[in-house]
Design a protein around this ligand. Structure first.
Ligand code: 5GP
Length: 211
């Protein structure tokens, strides 16, 4: 049976360490393809166009929306973020599990469009650690940090819509946990409907033939 890729949505508060976690997951396992989003926000120091994001103008982003080139998109703290469609579709076809590291509005849109998507929420071990990570990163102004913390508090209300939480305390432990959850998701009954149905039909044919 050809293994089909799963669409894996990973959300989490800004500063929960999603980026590092995703990089580690891809470094350790080759089952995954990480979707690179398009955004209108400015690159942070060290970020490269085409690697962390495709950094584009508002006009280019709106053009992409118009031509239906995005799986989903959302506005987050004043900037647009969206998932280019083509990469996701080709990687899923190739049997890769495609990771979308996106915020909650986008995550819910994906779940509506693709009910078999797996939704994971990365949490920091504590709010204190979240605040320390955001401040310690040194890439955002105090105003932006405040905005992101307020947004985290809003996003916390939506966690029940996700399938699993993962707590990012120890990077390696969390990476292994994430991988195991995704592995297990491949074997859920609802993701194997046609395999189960085929086997049922073949069994029926066999049983009838024996009589
Ligand atoms: P950051 O500016 O910190 O890189 O990202 C801000 C938020 O936007 C994060 O929660 C990140 O997961 C989310 N994000 C990144 N790419 C996308 C995307 O393509 N779509 C949506 N809906 N959110 C995204």
């Amino acid at each position: 049976m050809k293994r089909k890729g799963i669409l894996v949505v990973v959300s989490g508060f800004s500063g929960a360490g999603k980026g590092t976690l995703m990089k580690n997951l891809l470094k350790n396992y080759d089952d995954y393809a990480l979707s690179v989003s398009m955004t209108t926000r400015n690159p942070r120091e060290g970020e490269k166009d085409g690697k962390e994001y495709f950094f584009v103008s508002k006009e280019v982003f709106e053009e992409k929306v118009k031509e239906d080139g995005l799986v989903e998109y959302a506005c987050y703290c004043g900037n647009y973020y969206g998932t280019p469609k083509e990469y996701v579709e080709t990687q899923l076809e190739m049997g890769k599990d495609v990771i979308l590291e996106i915020e909650i509005q986008g995550a819910l849109k994906v779940k509506k469009k693709f009910p078999s998507a797996l939704l994971l929420f990365v949490m920091p071990p504590s709010v204190k650690q979240l605040e320390e990570r955001l401040t310690g990163r040194g890439t955002e102004t105090l105003e932006v940090i405040g905005q992101r913390l307020r947004r985290a508090s809003e996003e916390a209300d939506g966690i029940e819509k996700y399938d699993y939480i993962v707590i990012n305390d120890d990077l390696e432990v969390c990476t292994r946990e994430l991988h195991s959850i995704i592995r297990a998701a491949h074997n859920t009954v609802d993701r194997n409907g046609s395999f189960i149905e085929n086997m049922r039909q073949e069994l029926n044919v066999l049983v009838k033939g024996e009589k």
